[in-house]
Every structure is written in C-alpha cells, then in structure tokens.
Design a protein around this ligand. Structure first.
Ligand SMILES: *Cc1c(COP(=O)(O)O)cnc(C)c1O
Length: 357
C-alpha cells in the first residue's frame, strides 16, 4: 500500500514483457541475426561520414535522403516509404494509427509474437486466426477471421517467424483482395523477404490497403543499428508519420542505412551464402530424428521426434550451442528454432544435436 508505487493501466498490469533470452555461449543461433558483418568498406564509409554529423542540430525529421535511397531500391517514390527504428517501430506505428481502443488486429498463429504484443500494448484487441497443421494459411480461415472479428489491421508474416513457412504469392494476393473488400489494412511482414523466392512488394498500390515491412536487422546484417521501413500507399505513410515522435530516427541511423544501400550487391551475395548454408542445414537435419518444416527464411523450425524439446535445448546449451526454445509456445509443442550461422557454427550445431539425440 505505502511502498510508493503507482498502478499502470489495468490491461498492462496483466501483460508480460517480450523476452528473447540471451546466454553467453560460443555458438548463438537464437535470434536470426546475420552470421556475417556488413562489408568493411561500409563501416569505413560510415566512420568517415560520422565526422561530418552536425551534432547540435536535430536530424532530418523526414529522413529524406534515406527514404529516397529506399525508394530507388524498390523502384518507387519517397512518399511511398516510411522509415523507423527497426520494423518493430513500423509495426507499432501501424497500430498507433490504425489500431487502438475499440479496434481489432488479426494474426494467424503461430506467428511473430510482437504483432499481438504490440497490438495489446496499443490497446488494440487481438483476433487470433489459426494456420493449418503444416503451418500454411488457408483462405477459408482468412475469410472466417475477417467475417467474425472484422479486424482493422491484419498481419501476415511471410516468411513466417518462427515457422519459416512462405505464403505463396497467389495466396498473399488473394488475402490482399479479401482485406481490401473487408476494409482492413493488410501488413505483410517481410523481415526475411530476401531469403524467400517471392515478395508482396509488387502488390503495393495506391488504391490497395496494403503495406510491406522490411528490416535492416536480418538480411542487411545491421541488427545493432535499429532500422526498418515500410513500402505503402502515400495515404498510409502520411498517417504513420503523424504518430511517431518528432525526430524519432537519429542522424547516425539515417546515415548508416543510406550508406548500406550502396552495397546492395554485398547484401545479395551474403543472402545467397546464407541460403546455401540453410539448404545444407536442412539436409543435415534430414538425417536426424527430427521433424522440420520447409523454410524460406534464415532459420529452421524443427521438433525432436522422441525427445523432450526443452531437454534437447538444454543439451545443446551444455555443448555451447544456443537455439530458440519454442517448445512451450502455443501450437509449437516441443519445437526448437535454429538460425543459420557460419558453416563452422552450423557444423557445431549439427554434431551437438546428433550427440544429444
Ligand atoms: C526480426 C523480425 C523483425 C525485425 O524487427 P526489427 O525491429 O527490424 O529488428 C520484424 N518482424 C519479424 C517477423 C522478425 O522476425
């Protein structure tokens, strides 16, 4: 009573925070980071550009240079690009603008926990749709959720985290049509977009309520920088710009992102190496007593067949390998998720797993 504490919002008091546990082990394959650093030439360019930052001034509030470079990357215009501190801030901005009290966001589970979490934090109700047993999305389920929950925002993660499952482009297009007919804004989260064979970017159109989010955290190997963006109709970008804090994107982040875009070739080559390693990892898992799901991302979801997931996770940690323990998450009973690492890290993971099993 008298310990000086003040109660937060009732709904927040009941909520747990979002956690991604870290452990200090030799091989960390638990957060889908890049196994390689960005090119050295980029760090050199960034270091010398930092010397010219006018620290006493606020940064460019519109992040015009960065957004123009992103627009060039995607063959669109600056008014169709919104940039923020990680794609998580993009997602939060979407919910601040289009969610909130009395509104609903829909997810298709299992999927990225932050979609539902950010919805709840912004006071948005969450309607959970279900993916099938193979974690694919059916249009019947999309129709059911749109009809039952009448959501204002619909999240579709493809490739999906944590399952890795890619929703085929014709299904994404059909979901976009249904959302448009239902008056819902469709958010296609493509955090892993460049690892996959298809994208929803070509569906973005001014008369379609659809935005595609991307991040520098995975394919661009810049998780430390906190930069993400959306490609969207200008009328969506305008609303997102209203809800962010003034000067939310600092000068260094803008610079780091803009300079990185000049090294797209290096990103594409790195993504190719990671995809080749992913196929090697998938083949290695194929020889072990695990069930795995087809992945279009830089990670693989798998379930040890005869062993308890949490025990296998601990066995890997004991051997210096950290993966994501999803074994107690809803719908993911017994599952673990491993990020594609360097060839040496993947070898260590595979031999540790073989030993544990
Ligand atoms: C990693 C990830 C993000 C990225 O978040 P950032 O804030 O850009 O680091 C977004 N969506 C999904 C599905 C992710 O897995």
């Amino acid at each position: 009573m008298s310990d000086g504490r003040v109660a937060p919002r009732d709904d927040l008091a009941l909520m747990a925070g979002y956690h991604s546990p870290q452990l200090d082990v030799a091989v960390r394959l638990n957060t889908n980071e890049s196994p390689e650093e960005p090119p050295a030439v980029w760090s050199e360019e960034l270091a010398s550009a930092l010397g010219a930052v006018e620290w006493r001034r606020y940064p460019d509030r519109e992040a015009r240079d960065l957004r123009t470079a992103l627009a060039d990357l995607h063959g669109t215009t600056v008014d169709r690009v919104f940039a923020a501190n990680g794609s998580n801030e993009v997602l939060q901005s979407v919910l601040l603008a289009y969610g909130g009290a009395g509104r609903t966001a829909a997810t298709f589970e299992p999927t990225y926990a932050l979609h539902g979490h950010l919805a709840r934090i912004t006071g948005t109700a969450v309607a959970q749709g279900e993916r099938g047993p193979d974690f694919t999305l059916t249009l019947d389920e999309v129709d059911r959720v749109l009809a039952d929950a009448r959501p204002h925002v619909v999240f579709l993660c493809s490739p999906d985290n944590p399952t890795g499952v890619v929703t085929p482009p014709e299904v994404v297009a059909a979901v976009a049509d249904r959302c448009a007919a239902a008056g819902a804004l469709l958010v296609v989260d493509e955090a892993y977009g460049q690892f996959a064979p298809s994208t929803a970017l070509d569906l973005v159109a001014d008369d379609r309520p659809l935005l595609v989010t991307r991040t520098f955290s995975k394919t661009w190997a810049m998780a430390a920088g906190r930069l993400g963006y959306a490609v969207a109709p200008p009328w969506v970008v305008d609303e997102l710009a209203k809800v962010v804090l003034p000067y939310h994107l600092d000068a260094v982040t803008q610079l780091a992102g803009r300079l990185a875009l000049a090294h797209e070739d290096a990103m594409v080559a790195r993504v190719e190496r990671i995809v080749a390693e992913r196929e090697r990892l998938v083949a290695g898992l194929g020889g072990l007593a695990v069930t795995q799901w087809p992945t279009g991302a830089n990670f693989v979801l798998f379930r040890p067949e005869a062993r308890d997931g949490a025990a296998v996770w601990q066995g890997l940690v004991d051997r210096g390998v950290l993966v994501r323990d999803c074994s107690s998450w809803p719908r993911l009973d017994g599952c673990l998720r491993v990020t594609v690492g360097t060839p040496a890290e993947n070898d260590r993971f595979l031999s540790a797993l073989e030993e544990v099993l």
